[in-house]
Design a protein around this ligand. Structure first.
Ligand code: GDP
Length: 231
């Protein structure tokens, strides 16, 4: 089973030393910016979409850039909260996408980071509505990847988001970021604590490091599984 999704991954084979290896998954996702908007009605329809959401500064832009192996696709910033729009990307499907005569491409949504304390009052007021409106209204939203900072664990805002997604039965998977910041001696405990803090099992969490590349292939594979319209 793919962690936290209830889906079966067919991409995993047992490689040397019995370690699970993901086939064909090292190629970066071919993400192309499509459009920004503030509400669902601003956006073109999509056959299938996954979304990334998380607290400001959780490492979302770095992660999206790592998935695509690009430096500037999503804006990485030391000023959290600069990405305040719904940013839509197309992701090339196995068939190459509509432009090359294949099936239409699935899409990836980069949602604005929540909880940036220094944002203006009006922005802080509008953000939840923008994110919640999108999550409730977007058709063909197959999976929401909820990013949680692996170094500091789930914050109150993170657990509120998870509770809200559960209440609204929106499919989601928790991705723990910045794995490299957790000392290897402490990782087992941190994995356990973070899963418990999210009211999830250990195996439900996908751990990644955008800086070091850990877990990036596995997450690419998950994104492909969900957005491949040819499956
Ligand atoms: P966003 O606000 O969620 O888009 O977060 P950013 O991608 O802009 O990252 C916030 C800060 O965390 C930046 O200083 C990044 O360099 C840093 N960061 C992001 N991912 C990682 C990671 O995997 N490891 C480490 N050590 N730092 C990271």
């Amino acid at each position: 089973m793919v962690p936290g999704t209830g889906a079966t991954s067919s991409a995993c084979t047992t490689g040397r030393g019995g370690i699970c290896q993901i086939d064909h998954m090292s190629a970066p996702l071919r993400l192309t910016f499509v459009q920004s908007g503030t509400k669902v009605s601003d956006l073109p329809a999509s056959p299938v979409e996954v979304a990334f959401v998380g607290r400001s500064n959780v490492g979302k832009s770095s992660l999206i850039n790592a998935l695509a192996n690009q430096k500037q696709l999503a804006r990485v910033s030391n000023t959290p909260g600069r990405t305040q729009l719904l940013n839509l990307f197309s992701v090339d499907s196995a068939g190459g996408g509509a432009a090359s005569g294949g099936p239409p491409t699935g899409t990836v949504m980069d949602l604005p980071g929540y909880g940036y304390a220094k944002a203006s009052k009006s922005v802080r007021r509008d953000w939840p509505a923008m994110i919640e409106g999108y999550l409730l209204e977007r058709e063909n939203l197959a999976m929401v990847f909820v990013l949680v900072d692996g170094e500091i664990g789930p914050t109150k805002l993170d657990t509120q988001m998870l509770d809200w997604l559960r209440y609204n039965t929106i499919p989601h998977t928790v991705v723990a970021t910045k794995m490299d910041k957790v000392k290897s001696a402490k990782r087992a405990t941190r994995r356990k604590d973070l899963a418990a803090g999210c009211s999830l099992d250990l195996g439900d969490i996908v751990w990644v490091s955008a800086s070091k590349g850990d877990g990036i292939d596995a997450l690419r594979s998950l994104v492909r599984t969900w957005t491949d319209t040819a499956r």
